[in-house]
Design a protein around this ligand. Structure first.
Ligand SMILES: NC(=O)c1ccc[n+]([C@@H]2O[C@H](COP(=O)([O-])OP(=O)(O)OC[C@H]3O[C@@H](n4cnc5c(N)ncnc54)[C@H](O)[C@@H]3O)[C@@H](O)[C@H]2O)c1
Length: 371
């Protein structure tokens, strides 16, 4: 009989690093496993469709109460619960807050994240961990996985839009996956950030990484493009800038042209999650409504794009969708992030921490207080 004592592991950022959280190759392979399970359907996410990205705490633009934070772009709290099956068979929840002014005003990262893992049968908490690196890694690794399945084998150039932490993880992952790459170009509205990014990444990745002075220069003629801007601007990727056969992979916000969507292979992280975004978005007042990739939904609703032509990365990873990555057709990967990614990488870190004896054991009770 299992003990009724309840203890869980706490993993600090230092413990997470010692457990191997920065190992990009390992993380990309874990994302492959997680997305394969998504493709097969062995998962549950929150909300009534079982496919909700998560629950957002969204402050009003004009708060009526003293002390209540004022809402703004990239300012939110989010809780992302879910269950991942297969050999994981575990529940998890990521809880984070984001404030785009954190770096400038407080010397803190834009977002601050924590992750909890639970046994799915008993609900017993297993671990609580620092999740900034974990979350950035799983985001980058998923973009890397999209490069594994969607980028041409002869890809030589990578264009990076925005020089923030998410782009660093994405660049690391793409370079890891595409040995044919020869050059990376970077554009950020903050020139200093772009220069720092180039110095750091070229030293770390052993590849030429150089800044360019315009958004268009970071896109035109590149074999792979990744974009992770924050704030309220949403750039437009003109179809004519995007090279035949190229991969546009988007962990961040962007606009594309209808014609690009009609012609490209469209690969979301999870199409059912994207549909749930729309259902939930329509419940918001019109002036606060944000539905990611609404343009794609509109083209599906008008019949110009068939749902059967949209393939999740999970379907691709599970071998249930056929995409000719070496063809001249453009590819479009859209990622809003799924808790399944966090659960997979957090489980790997928890198992590694147990094996290596890392972290602190926190006792919640020796015997439960039962009334
Ligand atoms: N898809 C996912 O799973 C996922 C996960 C985490 C974060 N994100 C998103 O990624 C984005 C970036 O995250 P971060 O932590 O790196 O943010 P950050 O704020 O730390 O850095 C963003 C960078 O973008 C630059 N930027 C802003 N507007 C720009 C523009 N118009 N052109 C070029 N550069 C511009 C900024 O100067 C900054 O250097 C956020 O919007 C976040 O919501 C996505």
């Amino acid at each position: 009989m299992s003990s009724s004592k309840l203890a869980l592991k706490f993993l600090s950022q230092k413990d997470m690093i010692a457990a191997g959280v920065t190992d990009m190759k390992h993380c990309i392979n874990m994302m492959d496993e997680a997305f394969t399970l998504l493709g097969k359907g062995d998962y549950v996410m929150g909300g009534s469709t079982r496919n909700s990205h998560g629950q957002r705490v969204w402050f009003p633009k004009e708060p009526q109460f003293a002390g209540m934070p004022k809402g703004g772009p990239d300012q939110r709290f989010m809780s992302l619960p879910g269950y991942l099956g297969g050999r994981f068979r575990i529940c998890g929840n990521k809880w984070y807050g984001s404030n785009v002014n954190n770096p400038k005003n407080h010397g803190l990262p834009r977002s601050i994240l924590m992750m909890t893992l639970n046994d799915p049968e008993t609900a017993r908490p297993l671990a609580i961990m620092e999740a900034n690196i974990l979350s950035g890694m799983r985001t980058g690794a998923t973009v890397g996985l999209s490069a594994r399945y969607l980028a041409r084998d002869d890809s030589e150039s990578l264009g990076v839009i925005a020089a923030g932490p998410i782009s660093k993880y994405c660049t690391t992952a793409i370079v890891n996956e595409l040995p044919s790459l020869k050059k990376v170009v970077v554009f950020d509205i903050n020139e200093e950030a772009a220069n720092k990014f180039c110095a750091e990444m070229s030293a770390k990745l052993d590849i030429e990484v150089v800044p360019v002075s315009s958004f268009a220069d970071a896109v035109k003629g590149q074999d792979v493009i990744t974009s992770a801007i924050s704030g309220d601007h949403t750039p437009l990727f003109e179809d004519s800038w995007l090279k035949e056969g190229s991969l546009l992979t988007l962990p961040g916000r962007a606009n594309v042209e209808d014609d690009f969507l009609r012609k490209a292979y469209v690969v979301p992280d999870g199409w059912e999650m994207q549909k749930t975004y729309k259902i939930e978005g329509l419940m918001l007042p019109e002036d606060e409504r944000t539905i990611p990739h609404i343009q794609l939904h509109n083209l599906v609703d008008s019949g110009e794009i068939k749902e059967s032509d949209i393939h999740d990365l999970g379907k691709v990873a599970a071998g249930l969708a056929n995409i000719d990555k070496n063809s001249a057709r453009k590819k479009y990967f859209i990622s809003n992030g799924m808790i399944l990614q966090d659960i997979a990488w957090a489980t790997a870190m928890y198992e590694s921490a147990v094996e290596k004896g890392l972290g602190q054991d926190l006792v919640m009770w020796d015997e439960p207080y039962l009334v």
